[in-house]
Design a protein around this ligand. Sequence first.
Ligand SMILES: [Zn+2]
Length: 457
Amino acid sequence: MQIIHAKQALTPTGWMADVEICINEAGRIDSVQRQERRCDQSVDLALPAPANLHSHTFQRAMGGLTERRGPRGHDSFWSWRKIMYQFLDQLTPEDVQSIAALAFMEMMEAGYGSVAEFHYLHHAPRGLPYQRLSEMTERIIEAAQAVGIGLVHLPVLYQFGGCDRRQLEGGQQRFGCSVEQFGYLLEEARASVAQAPSDFSIGVAPHSLRAVDSRGLQACIELAGDGPIHMHLAEQLAEVDEVLEHLGSRPIEWLLASLPVDTRWCLVHCTQMTAEETIGLAKTGAVVGLCPITESSLGDGIFAGVAYTEHGGAMGVGSDSNIHVAYFEELCTLEYSQRLRDKARVRLATADASVGRYLIEKTTRGGHQAIGRDAGYLAEGAQADILGIATDNRWLCHRRGDMVLDSLVFSGHSSNCVSDVWSAGRHQIKDGRHVRHDQIVSAFQSTMARLTQDGFR
Ligand SMILES: [Zn+2]
């Protein structure tokens, strides 16, 4: 049994002062009660640790490699994607594991207790399968286990290079699976996760409407069972045009009319929505997975956040390209995008909850729904995913209640205020650093030295 004392804690019934949180051997919260007496482990502020609902860990190694103008000066998501395909074509399973470990460590240091890894880098270069089909999947599971972050691994079905069903080319060939091959991969992935900690699980991810046909989508829905189903959707204007041309309607419009979208689904990005699509999607109960820092980096567009939340839509956030892993900054970027569009302040809030309070509670709830993890609330029975925040510093100045949350979201340097993170009771962040920080960083640096030496750009 571990006992944590918090000077203040955000619980399902609101703020509580002087709280004792007990964690049992199964990594779940046993009790949350008032207790003035301090114990060994103490934090200034306890929050439920958020879930990172969308990540491609290997892209962490590309940060800073895609910011120069291309020859034609029309730099876009599509020219970025070309560089991404070139970059990933050199990665070995060892590289993928050490990069994933670094990204997972940075997620925990930013306050996340769990992550959904949207994993499409399955095969060796030119699409040759590894001896074990799930080689890369196992590397991701091992990295998560070494870091101690809760993992929902999402093997991706990627069949085609576009809606016209063109063949995969270059780096893309490493993603490709037939529906049958994907079934085997998923079976192997489930067997690997059965050996991992009991809070690890498997979902499925049809990549997008560009990369998967309707047979592939149906197969994913069947293979998912009760687990989560994640898909990229309506991120780019050219994607909307392509889907419109080949499927006869816009991506979200097509999805809502064609598939049984419900609370198991997480639709990632949705930065291209009409007013009707916004309302329709909000009513399904599915979670929209927003990645505001990556969406800004790629020039995706602005999510219709105000209309979507007014209609009761669920949402969470993800670090996606991992160019900068910072939970509170994701929320700040999201809110600021709404302000810039509307030329107004305080957009994502309610009469009772400030922006910080509203976005932290909403994305914590939505994130855990999206990854099917029984966490995101500090109460008996929940998975013990707990985020400890230090308030005795120049950014938070011992503030209390909702004002601390607003300071975390808007005042910058919020990652420096993360003091502790527990994931399913695993206490991996202490005094703001991961317990294996130096080891993980040095393995990553060796990988990067070799990749750079081997001549990427
Ligand atoms: Zn993505």
